[in-house]
Write a protein that binds this ligand. Structure first.
Ligand SMILES: Cc1ncc(COP(=O)(O)O)c(C=O)c1O
Length: 387
């Protein structure tokens, strides 16, 4: 009998694409929509990176490559890791992936059998939940509370551990809250993972988008990715390279080796000319990166104060990433109702907090990848439909 597999039936994909489709439908009917729903930088990839990819194409980087990744890129990553995280991973601890999203699935599939548990920050990036489901494992949510600046409380984490826990995921700076964990919190999480002998996936994709005055710290510093920590990183956000699909995992050799075998079974390798562009992103001129970060910072100030000037909305000032996660409970609406009204009445596309887990109820996420003028306009449109 023709029937889909259990894995296929569990596949749900990423919820934000549904809102994008609804927003695009409204646009086709002539409505002006202001977009704040996707974590997609509105800047183009810096020209030096594009030029590096074109040169690589012209210079023969058009063939299959080692599935672990181009050796030259992995060597650069060793240097970057030494400068940013104070240790030098071995080359066989590094895997180049087609986007960072893939690392979430590959690490869960490598470490967690069906029926076992993965601890996730909630609200958290939706791919954590969908990848855990896909692997037949169970997501155990640790709440990120507004009264705690959305920072993960190590004591809450401790209470969530059971004999079935196989992996803990942390994400600092966080999507969707923009909050950063303190070095002390990260240290405590690493200690807990060590004591209970559990793997730790540290999603550091926003590590280059931390605003001044906040210290970056990586869970990987404690075990140098030799024992249990896997770093997830990528080029999409800080370098405005979402469409290139380039990510980097650093982890224990045995785990990286299995992730590599899975990756080469599915996609063979990451296109080498894209990896050459990644080298330029890391080693080349960083001025565009600095300019983008400064622009995000200005926009963040505008959106936070704008949202806080609307009755019923309370928005914390995030310390990283490119998101705000305002509390909208004072409007009397739930997350879905608020997102619906914003889209259909105000023409502002944003995401309900429930897209990010059960503890996202009462909140919405806005990604400030829009001009200052459009941000101000969005605030005024939201104010108008609420008053
Ligand atoms: C927290 C987090 N991790 C991972 C990713 C995946 O990034 P990409 O697959 O574009 O490299 C994203 C993208 O939005 C993210 O927000």
């Amino acid at each position: 009998m023709k029937k889909l597999s259990d894995v296929a039936l569990r596949a749900v994909g990423q919820p934000m694409f549904k809102i994008l489709e609804a927003a695009q439908k409204l646009e086709r009917s002539g409505k002006d929509i202001l977009h704040f729903e996707l974590g997609e930088p509105d800047f183009d990839t810096p020209q030096n990176i594009i030029n590096a990819a074109c040169d690589a194409l012209n210079n023969g980087y058009t063939h299959y490559e080692s599935s672990a990744g181009l050796r030259e890129l992995r060597e650069v990553i060793v240097e970057v890791t030494l400068n940013s995280r104070q240790f030098s991973p071995d080359l066989d601890q590094i895997l180049i992936t087609p986007g960072a999203n893939a690392i979430i699935y590959l690490s869960i599939a490598s470490l967690v059998n069906p029926g076992y548990e993965v601890i996730v920050p909630d609200p958290g990036f939706p791919t954590y939940f969908s990848s855990i489901d896909l692997c037949g494992a169970k997501a155990v949510s640790v709440p990120l509370k507004k009264e705690n600046n959305f920072q993960l409380d190590p004591d809450d984490l401790l209470r969530s551990i059971t004999s079935k826990t196989r992996l803990i995921i942390i994400n600092s700076p966080s999507n969707p809250t923009g909050s950063c964990m303190t070095p002390d919190q990260i240290f405590k999480v690493s200690e807990i993972a060590k004591e209970h002998d559990i793997f730790l996936l540290s999603d550091e994709i926003y590590s280059r988008l931390i605003f001044e005055g906040v210290d970056f710290s990586s869970a990987a510093t404690f075990d140098e990715c030799k024992e249990r920590t896997i770093i997830l990183n990528g080029f999409s956000k800080a370098f405005a390279m979402t469409g290139w699909r380039l990510g980097v995992a650093i982890g224990p050799t045995e785990v990286i080796n299995k992730m590599n075998l899975m990756l080469n079974t599915i996609v063979s390798c990451v296109p080498p000319f894209i990896q050459v562009a990644g080298i330029e992103a890391l080693e080349g001129d960083q001025s565009e990166l600095i300019r983008m970060k400064e622009t995000y910072y200005k926009r963040k100030q505008i959106i936070v104060s704008g949202l806080n000037s609307i009755k019923g909305i309370d928005c914390l000032d995030p310390t990283g990433a490119m998101y705000v996660f305002p509390d909208i409970r004072g409007t009397g609406m739930n997350s879905n109702e608020f997102a619906d009204i914003c889209l259909n009445k105000a023409g502002v596309a944003l995401l309900p907090g429930t897209n990010f887990g059960q503890y996202g109820e009462g909140f919405v996420r806005m990604c400030y990848v829009n001009t200052e003028e459009r941000i101000i306009e969005a605030i005024e449109r939201i104010r108008k439909v609420l008053e």
